[in-house]
Ligand binder design. Sequence first.
Ligand SMILES: Nc1nc2[nH]c(I)nc2c(=O)[nH]1
Length: 274
Amino acid sequence: GDLDDPTTDPFDVARAAADHIAEVTGVPGHDVALVLGSGWGGAAELIGDVVAEVPTHEIPGFARPAVAGHVATTRSIRVERPDGAVRHALVIGGRTHLYEGKGVRRVAHGVRTAAAAGCETVVLTNGCGGLHIGWRPGQPVLVRDHINLTGTSPLEGATFVDLTDLYSPRLRKIAQTVDPDLPEGVYAQFHGPHYETPAEVKMAGLMGADLVGMSTTLEAIAARHAGMEVLGISLVTNLAAGISLQPLSHEEVLEAGQAAGPRISELLARIVTS
Ligand SMILES: Nc1nc2[nH]c(I)nc2c(=O)[nH]1
């Protein structure tokens, strides 16, 4: 079915996507899903052995690559836990952002596919702007809660879903056991693709946000609706507009993402295997 056709049930497409993944990877069921945002690219290989790699656009319901020539792949990772137990992680590549205008169904399709593939947990990572001067680029922050400023929802119809403790206190506790220095914050999603003005960053701060980004909140809502436990981790790649006096150079942002790579990938690997 085609997600752009309103008569299509998005969960049928997620089922078809999960069946395709099981068939192509040879892994009948996955346990944990990871969505890797800006700066998190290197985490997958540190988590375990890549069992199979699937071009994401070949999976039913996933959009063609947003960036021409950049073929996103979805990987099945075999994770060996300290106690010897084996788990299968599904690293969803090719996240669709709301600002691409492809509709909320495509934004939510990755997590719905993961749920259909058997995942009971999803780790949503992202790159974002920080509102605290002490959170320098490269700082990972656990998402404690979110503020959805997109004005929309991944859910359709009278789908009333409770979002209390949406970001699992259990998983956050595990993450902070792995890295006790890990701060927590509230993540606000703006529609994008433009960045915030200094006044909008100030507004977000007054509303209680600590981080601003353009992803994650709709995926988290869809993941909760699909019955998954959710962990969110942000990587501060820049100080949000107006927080620091001089605008950060794009090079500094990219540098920060690269430099943080090993630390955040190690963190993610230890959380996933714990
Ligand atoms: N909205 C928003 N999204 C972001 N993504 C990244 I990387 N940095 C930012 C930022 O400063 N604001």
